[in-house]
Design a protein around this ligand. Sequence first.
Ligand code: SAM
Length: 267
Amino acid sequence: MATTETFQITPEQAELYEERFVPALFAHWVDAVLDAADVRAGQDVLDVACGTGIVARHAAERVGATGHVTGLDLNQAMLAVAARRGPDLTWQQGDVAALPFEDGSFDAVTCQSAAMFFPDVVGALREMGRVTRPGGKVAVQVFDLREDQPAYGPWIAMVGRHAGADAVRMLGTYWVHGDRELMCERCAAAGLRVTAIHNHERPATFPSVEAMVLTEVNATPLADRLSQAELEAIVADSYAIYEPFRTESEEQLTIPLTGYVLVATPE
Ligand SMILES: C[S@@+](CC[C@H](N)C(=O)[O-])C[C@H]1O[C@@H](n2cnc3c(N)ncnc32)[C@H](O)[C@@H]1O
């Protein structure tokens, strides 16, 4: 599905993304991605759409001193945070549609929680395959369809009742690659052979319901798309929707999220 949503955010939002959203949600998927890509000592690894660099930093720990990790992202604000947190890695601004690397440059190419923002996902997969050496691995993590998300699904429907179409389109984008068969067809069209699909459920954990809403809004492109009144209405209604997920203590919120990591190799 084509989309014009590319998750472009400001320097302030990128800081909040790293501080709040990464530990709450994205950090929980990193091991699944790196295990699927079989990232090992001595390898050259590319993390596409690296954001603030959570996958790339962990990949660097695995490849060690004899390997190297490059993180690429469209967004300079994300890369500025990444460079501060991981000064020894290579960070490069660029578009997955035309990766600035020679054919077969990397042993493994990873892409976490970002393929839904690529307008031409087949073209992106083709580029990821092109820069992977023969026999190397491309590992792409995406989330399941919105209707298969027990907590996020109803929450987005509620947000849709308060917010404008732009906000809902942004929130709907995360789930557009949940159809595994379709993703396999896209890989075939991109010249990639799928070798495995690993299904996972990982929690998104927030200190409170309000913290969840403020993170979703202020650390993403949603910030500019909601009025204060809409935001307050969304916070108020979120307590009822998330009641079943407020575990451990009254305040803490743990939302289950499902998705998968697809592993492919260049044909
Ligand atoms: C939700 S963030 C995920 C970031 C990171 N992979 C993580 O797990 O934290 C999506 C990222 O995709 C990047 N992005 C979107 N379109 C892109 C493109 N065409 N090429 C490279 N990066 C892109 C955005 O700039 C953003 O950093």
